[in-house]
Design a protein around this ligand. Structure first.
Ligand code: FAQ
Length: 318
């Protein structure tokens, strides 16, 4: 039985959700709303940070200085997105070290896409175009999420993601209109990243464990399948402009539905990857741990500086 106080708090929370008002960190919220947000937002933050690795792999081998400068800036942006999202998640009462621990021990997931290797320079184009493209479709919808700090982070992040998507498409365009070998590289990269990009939207709605509650609480505003369809519909005409072969022979315009039909995702592969057995899962976490351990001296310096400042403040107050 709910107490009178908590029933009133619940009613106020429900009213805000119904009226499209944002829930802010100091507002009362149901425990499960908080937990579900921590889960989704932290996994989103982890994805941004782990997502630096596949592209980082090509910084030293970018074909020109211009491409290298752009890629460096893009990878730095992803680090920034991770930081906004970790900070936004911390407003829910969990610490950064708990979040990092959950990532490193495999308790928390990150986007499946980043467990695939980047085998050629064209993969950097395919990631910008397809992976950032899929991320934007999802994140535009999340700009209207009910939790204030998450919504504001998404608005800011989407502006940068749209630049990322264009830089990826520009790489693909240059390759697709280049020599036959370059065009083949673009085709191969798109073929390999197409299906994993579709998997980014998660399982079918009928299999999605969290969607029901997340949609009710307006944490998620559109379903996994609806967002995936939106991405397919916007991307197929871009493939046509590139003059590449479709990565899925079943892609076909369906006049009646007003959408493209497409083939079925290999869900067995999806579950293998999200459960830790994708091509690069082990390598990604190993690299994250090494980078985190190497950064320990920075955290130590911050702690020492803070202690000094506190001591100074105490002395001047005495
Ligand atoms: N990968 O019940 P649902 C980016 C898990 S940012 C791994 O449908 P939900 C930028 C799910 O967590 C990309 N796991 O879950 C960039 C759950 O497991 P759990 C990241 C997945 O949360 C670009 C279970 O399956 N974007 O790319 C995946 O309602 C380039 C059941 O699934 C976001 O995180 C997956 N693909 O819907 C950076 C957006 N799909 O937690 C660098 C925010 C599902 O119970 C370079 N997140 N799972 O252990 C979301 O919108 C949602 O969390 C979904 C999943 C749609 C991803």
């Amino acid at each position: 039985m709910q107490s009178v106080d908590s029933a009133a708090e619940q009613a106020e929370f429900d009213r805000k959700i119904a009226e499209e008002q944002k829930i802010e960190p100091t507002d009362w919220m149901p425990d499960d709303y908080r937990k579900n947000l921590i889960r989704q937002m932290s996994q989103h933050a982890h994805s941004e940070v782990i997502g630096m690795q596949p592209e980082g792999n090509w910084i030293t081998r970018a074909p020109t200085l211009r491409r290298k400068a752009v890629l460096l800036a893009k990878v730095q942006d992803e680090a920034g997105h991770g930081l906004y999202l970790y900070s936004a998640t911390e407003t829910l009462g969990i610490s950064r070290s708990e979040l990092i621990d959950a990532l490193q021990t495999g308790k928390a997931k990150y986007a499946s896409i980043f467990n695939y290797p980047t085998l050629s320079w064209a993969d950097v184009g395919a990631i910008g175009w397809l992976v950032d493209g899929a991320a934007i479709v999802n994140q535009i919808s999340l700009q209207r999420t009910s939790y204030g700090p998450y919504s504001r982070a998404m608005i800011r992040i989407c502006k940068e993601e749209s630049f990322h998507q264009r830089q990826g498409y520009e790489i693909m365009y240059a390759l697709a209109k280049g020599t036959p070998e370059q065009k083949q590289m673009a085709q191969d990269a798109m073929n390999r990243f197409w299906w994993p990009s579709l998997m980014m939207f998660g399982p079918h709605d009928s299999e999605s464990a969290h969607s029901g509650r997340s949609m009710k609480w307006k944490i998620k505003r559109q379903s996994n399948d609806d967002l995936r369809q939106k991405f397919i519909d916007q991307t197929v005409p871009q493939i046509e402009v590139l003059g590449l072969e479709m990565p899925d022979p079943e892609i076909k315009w369906n006049e009646e539905r007003g959408h493209y039909d497409s083939g079925e995702i290999n869900w067995e592969e999806f579950y293998q990857v999200i459960n830790g057995s994708g091509p690069c899962n082990h390598q990604r976490i190993k690299h994250h741990k090494a980078a985190h351990d190497n950064g320990e001296w920075v955290r130590e310096a911050v702690r020492a500086y803070r202690a000094k400042q506190n001591q100074k403040a105490a002395e001047s107050a005495a």
